[in-house]
Design a protein around this ligand. Structure first.
Ligand SMILES: Nc1nc2c(ncn2[C@@H]2O[C@H](COP(=O)(O)OP(=O)(O)OP(=O)(O)O)[C@@H](O)[C@H]2O)c(=O)[nH]1
Ligand SMILES: [Mg+2]
Ligand SMILES: [Zn+2]
Length: 322
C-alpha cells in the first residue's frame, strides 16, 4: 500500500482531533455531547454518546450528510436529540446511488474488508473497483475469502485470492464451520474502524456476528424496523469490536461504478501500476495501444497482469448512467 498516503492520512487525523478540541474546549459543551453515528435512516440518525447511550436524533438542516461512523455534536431534547454539527471526516467511502449520484456510505474508516465468497461468485471486476475506491479514499484494503467451506478443488476464487496476495494485499480465508469466531481475521481488525463491503450474500453480516458473538439482538431490532424482517442489510450500521475498534456493515450491491474518478485516479488505484505512471511517452496516454506506453510494456514483460490491465480498461470504458 502507499505508505506516503497513510502518513498523510494520519496527519489529517491528528489535525481533526486538534480542531475538534479547539472548537469545543472541555467545559464549554453545555448540554451538548460528542457522539458517533451508528446508523442513518431518512432524516434521522441513531447516535451513541461516550457513555454508550443511544438516541434517535434529528439533524439540523445545515448538516449536508451523515453516515455511520460520523463524529457529531448533539444535544438531548426530551427522549430524542438534535444533531448540531458533524466533524470533518478523516476518510469517507462513497458510492453512486441508483441514479448515479455519489453518496457517502461510511465515514472515518481505516480499513476496507472486501468480502468475497465461492458463492455468490465474484462478478466482473468488483474487487478491483473496491480496491481502487479504498486507495483513493486513503483506506487500507484487505481481501476476505468467506464461506471457504464451499471452495471446490481449483476454485477460481482461490486463484483470485493468490493474485491479490501477490500484489501485496493482506488476504484472509475463513468460514463459519471451521472458524466460527473468525479468528483468521481478528488480527487484521484490532483497534481500527473497518467497513465490510462486497456483493449481497457473501456473508458480511454473518461475519460481524461471528466477530461479535453477543450481537444478535441489535441486528434483529434494526432489520425489523427498517427492512421488515428481511435479513439483507439495507443501511450501513456501526458495531463495536470487543477488542476495540469499530466495524461498519454495509449493504451488498450489484454494481459499483467509479465514474466520479478521472482515469488517472483509477490507474493509481491499481497499486502495481503506480511505479509506471508518468513514464509513458505521451502525457495523456490511455494505456491502450499507444507507442511507448510504460504500462503496456510492463504487461508485455510480465510485471503487470493482462487481467488487471483489462479490468482497468473495463472500469474507465464503462458506460455512464443517463
Ligand atoms: N456455507 C456457508 N454459508 C455462509 C457462511 N457465512 C454466511 N453464510 C450464509 O450466507 C448467506 C448470506 O449471509 P449474510 O451475512 O446475510 O450476507 P451479506 O453479505 O450480509 O448480504 P447483504 O446484507 O445482502 O449484503 C446466509 O444464508 C448465511 O447463512 C459460511 O461461512 N459458509
Ligand atoms: Mg448484510
Ligand atoms: Zn501508457
Amino acid at each position: 500500500m502507499a505508505k506516503r498516503k497513510l502518513t498523510h492520512q494520519q496527519q489529517r487525523r491528528i489535525r481533526t482531533t486538534r480542531e475538534r478540541k479547539h472548537q469545543l474546549p472541555e467545559g464549554e459543551l453545555g448540554d451538548a455531547r460528542l457522539g458517533i453515528v451508528i446508523a442513518r435512516f431518512g432524516q434521522r440518525a441513531l447516535v451513541e454518546d461516550n457513555d454508550g447511550q443511544r438516541r434517535q436524533c434529528v439533524m439540523r438542516a445545515n448538516i449536508d450528510s451523515l453516515v455511520a461512523g460520523d463524529a457529531v455534536i448533539w444535544r438531548p431534547s426530551d427522549d430524542t436529540g438534535v444533531i448540531e454539527s458533524r466533524d470533518a471526516r478523516r476518510t469517507v467511502l462513497s458510492r453512486p446511488d441508483y441514479r448515479g449520484h455519489l453518496r457517502p456510505v461510511a465515514a472515518n474508516v481505516d480499513v476496507m474488508f472486501v468480502v468475497i465468497a465461492p458463492k455468490p461468485e465474484p462478478f466482473d471486476n468488483l474487487i478491483d473497483r473496491y480496491l481502487v475506491a479504498a486507495e483513493h479514499a486513503g483506506m487500507q484494503a484487505v481481501l476476505v475469502v468467506n464461506k471457504a467451506d464451499l471452495l471446490t478443488k481449483d476454485d477460481p476464487v482461490t486463484a483470485l485470492a493468490s493474485a491479490y496476495k501477490a500484489l501485496g494485499y493482506p488476504v484472509a480465508q475463513t468460514d463459519e464451520i471451521s472458524d466460527p469466531t473468525a479468528e483468521a481475521i481478528r488480527p487484521l481488525a484490532n483497534n481500527q474502524t473497518l467497513v465490510l463491503v462486497g456483493q449481497s450474500g457473501v456473508g458480511k453480516s454473518s461475519l460481524i456476528n461471528r466477530l461479535i458473538p453477543d450481537l444478535d439482538i441489535r441486528i434483529g431490532a434494526l432489520s425489523e424496523a427498517i427492512a421488515k424482517g428481511r435479513h439483507t442489510t439495507t443501511a450501513a450500521e456501526l458495531y463495536h469490536l470487543p477488542s476495540g475498534g469499530h466495524l461498519i456493515d454495509s449493504p451488498g450491491i450489484r454494481e459499483f461504478h467509479l465514474h466520479h474518478l478521472p482515469a488517472e485516479d483509477v490507474a493509481y488505484g491499481f497499486i502495481e501500476f503506480q511505479d509506471y505512471l508518468g513514464r509513458c511517452r505521451f502525457r495523456n496516454c490511455q494505456h491502450d495501444h499507444e507507442v511507448g506506453c510504460a504500462i503496456l510494456t510492463a504487461v508485455a514483460e510480465g510485471n503487470i497482469s493482462a487481467a488487471r490491465l483489462q479490468s482497468y480498461r473495463n472500469i474507465v470504458d464503462a458506460p455512464r448512467p443517463n
